[in-house]
Design a protein around this ligand. Structure first.
Ligand code: HEM
Length: 158
């Protein structure tokens, strides 16, 4: 259960990191630094120069979040936890968000698509938190072992 709790927390923290990085990409005008998708400049690992690093970094963080969310989905399903439905919803929305991220690039940052991409990020964050909260409800021993400082951080992430 503790591993599940860590994975759920990592999904939420990773989502915040992806959103911050995404806003930075936008602020720096680096949205098209990777002009293609799912590859970047036709490669898995593109030239590591500044504007490219930002957009590619955004995608890389999302890849990490995707692995965590997929693991949470798998484990909650195996253990038949009630949180498995929230976990599945988050996974479906994350895949949709990743595809929308790709469309954002393909349509050359069409403002409507970028707005949708940002809105979906908020909904996804909410769903990932809900799945985490459901797991925490089944994880009393870990909750008790968290020290006073950890409690507040935990409350935020799950
Ligand atoms: C968990 C998944 C994701 C989250 C939470 C997320 C979140 C965000 C956020 C909050 C922004 C800033 C939008 C703004 O300030 O208006 C952004 C920008 C962006 N995202 Fe994502 N994103 C995700 C996945 C992806 C993926 C997989 C791609 C793949 C290409 C992508 C491509 C972009 C691009 C190109 C921008 C810059 C848009 C611009 O410059 O106008 N995103 N993202």
């Amino acid at each position: 259960m503790r591993m599940l709790q860590y994975l759920a927390s990592a999904s939420v923290i990773g989502t915040v990191a992806a959103a911050i990085m995404g806003s930075y990409v936008r602020g720096m005008g680096a949205g098209l630094a990777c002009p293609d998708w799912p590859l970047c400049h036709g490669a898995l690992i593109p030239p590591l120069e500044l504007p490219i690093l930002l957009e590619w970094g955004h995608r890389l963080i999302v890849l990490g979040v995707t692995l965590c969310v997929a693991a949470v989905g798998l484990l909650t399903w195996r253990k038949r936890l009630p949180a498995r439905f929230n976990a599945l919803q988050s996974l479906v929305l994350l895949v949709t968000q990743a595809v929308l991220g790709g469309i954002t690039v393909i349509v050359r940052l069409n403002p409507a698509i970028v707005a949708l991409h940002q809105g979906l990020a908020l909904i996804f964050f909410r769903l990932a938190r809900r799945a985490g909260a459901g797991i925490a409800a089944h994880d009393a021993p870990f909750s008790r072992s968290a020290g006073p400082g950890c409690g507040q951080v935990k409350q935020f992430v799950v």
